[in-house]
Write a protein that binds this ligand. Structure first.
Ligand code: NZQ
Ligand code: ZN
Length: 388
């Protein structure tokens, strides 16, 4: 097991109608806020009015910036940075999904940075102050409500890149499972694929003696799969929605990382898909993850067989563990299909003649991606081929 430090300071306020407390909670930190949101779902569902009411009651001055698109764009981030600088706004409240929260984090990171905010996403590491932020989550998926990361698309060059800093973990996040009742089925499914992928990225590690975190990962994956299938037929069931909201947070709050080094190649390989074709991140992962698994399972067949046995209850074929490994990959693919997600380029109607460009872009600023098995350009090309 690796040595590690673990600290996650995000306060979680979880449960029914918790969004009504946002004004009182925020007042502990600020009396002036930028309210950041997406393409309008919060106005349709009535959440916007509730949040505004709570903020006004608490006497908080509110500036607004809506219009965040899924796969959040750098151009809107720049607008948000200007607004915060001009109006001297000291705090951001993100109300929405991972895209809104990530856009808020990028603004928070850019306000006191003297250069162009994209520098931060290109690996220019600079220690500087980020604005504090809080969130009201409306879709369990990205885990950005407690994570230190943000992922943004540079709309001028079609590149999607991430940036992480401990100070970007939200001060508090409000999680009311009722707010997820209005999600379209497809978005619910994308969120489930994303949270499952966050656990899988951590599960496939070269680290030995990580039994506790292996089993925490396996339990989390089993719960995501069980509740993921149930929510498809029972979308207004509070308890199922609550399990998924908690799972999405646990999958990415860093607790499953303790003592191990995760992989993350599939996320990087997917980011090229959502950067180029604007596909939902979770759908992209349902296409890429099984293909990555088929490409790398030989690296440690027994870990894949363990995954099949403990998560999908497969009996391990001791003489031919690769059979169990392959069956486990099939099971994962069938799960994504059962959620109605694409598992190939053709399922998602993505062009199949640009995979060389995708593979080139993936390593345009590094030699390889991933830790479990380093993936170079030629490997990525094979993974994209397996996903066609
Ligand atoms: O924009 P609005 O109108 O709000 O609609 C959104 C959007 O169209 C809609 N939606 C959200 N909550 C809803 C709702 N519609 C009805 N009722 C609700 N309650 O759902 C659509 C998708 O929203 P989005 O925020 O894009 O979804 P998600 O949370 O899956 O976020 C995806 C983004 O997160 C990044 C991904 O790359 C992607 O850009 N990630 C961020 C991570 C992080 N910061 O730690 C880690 C992840 O691996 C991921 O990469
Ligand atoms: Zn993800």
């Amino acid at each position: 097991m690796q040595d590690f430090h673990y600290q996650n300071g995000t306060k979680i306020i979880f449960g029914r109608e918790t969004e009504a407390s946002v004004g009182q909670e925020l007042k502990k930190y600020t009396n002036k806020v930028l309210l950041h949101y997406g393409g309008g779902s919060i106005k349709k569902t009535g959440l916007y009015d509730k949040v505004m009411h709570s903020l006004h009651e608490a006497g908080i001055e509110v500036f607004e910036l809506g219009g965040v698109k899924p796969n959040p764009r750098l151009s809107l981030v720049r607008k948000g940075i200007n607004l915060c600088q001009e109006q001297e706004i000291p705090f951001i409240l993100a109300v929405g999904g991972g895209s809104v929260i990530d856009s808020a984090k990028a603004i928070a990171a850019g306000v006191h940075y003297e250069g162009d905010v994209w520098d931060l996403f290109c690996g220019v590491a600079v220690e500087h102050e980020c604005l504090p932020l809080a969130t009201i989550l409306t879709i369990p998926a990205a885990g950005s409500e407690t994570s230190s990361g943000t992922v943004v698309t540079n709309d001028e060059i079609g590149l999607k890149r991430s940036f992480g800093h401990e100070s970007l973990r939200p001060v508090f996040s409000i999680l009311n499972p009722e707010l997820t009742f209005t999600l379209p089925t497809y978005q619910t499914a994308c969120g489930i694929a994303d949270m499952l992928a966050h656990v899988l990225e951590r599960y496939f590690t070269n680290e030995r003696h990580v039994d506790i975190t292996d089993r925490l990962c396996e339990a989390t994956m089993k719960s995501i799969i069980d509740n993921g299938l149930r929510v498809m037929n029972d979308p207004f069931n509070y308890d199922i929605r609550a399990e998924l909201m908690l799972a999405g947070m646990i999958a990415h709050n860093g607790s499953l990382d303790m003592g191990r080094i995760g992989d993350w190649a599939s996320h990087d390989i997917e980011h090229e898909l959502s950067g180029m074709y604007d596909i939902a991140h979770g759908a992209g992962l349902a296409i890429i993850f099984p293909a990555w698994m088929k490409y790398v399972y030989h690296h440690d067949v027994n870990r894949f067989a363990q995954f099949g046995s403990r998560v999908f209850n497969l009996e391990i074929n001791l003489n031919h563990p690769e059979e169990t490994a392959l069956l486990a990959i099939e099971k994962l693919e069938s799960f994504f299909k059962a959620l109605g997600l694409p598992t190939s380029f053709s399922d998602a109607d993505l062009p199949t003649d640009h995979i060389e460009e995708l593979a080139q872009k993936l390593v345009c600023d590094c030699d390889s991606v991933g830790n479990y098995v380093p993936i170079k350009e030629a490997d990525a090309l094979e993974i994209y081929r397996l996903a066609l």
